[in-house]
Write a protein of this length. Structure first.
Length: 89
């Protein structure tokens, strides 16, 4: 078995569009049921991914509702979004 080869989107910049949502690459997506329950869009196919849930459209409202605050630090934002996804049920 070969070692992990990073996906081309692994270091994908996170974007905020109109302050309404984030576009976030993840390799640890929750189930489709959880994504649907929280109105998280699966956008991976739009970016050429094999799995549609590799790139997610996460509403800013959900991010703040879960207790996270706005930050311009990309690393902090990435960690916060991964925590958010991990904790969703």
């Amino acid at each position: 078995m070969k070692g992990h080869k990073p996906h081309s989107l692994e270091y994908f910049p996170i974007s905020i569009h109109s302050g309404n949502y984030f576009i976030h690459y993840t390799c640890n997506s929750p189930s489709d049921g959880v994504l649907d329950k929280h109105d998280i869009g699966k956008k991976g196919n739009d970016f050429g991914c094999i799995n549609s849930n590799e790139v997610l459209k996460i509403l800013f409202e959900l991010y703040t509702k879960k207790g996270f605050s706005k930050t311009s630090n990309k690393e902090v934002l990435t960690i916060n979004l991964e925590k958010l996804l991990r904790d969703l049920k």
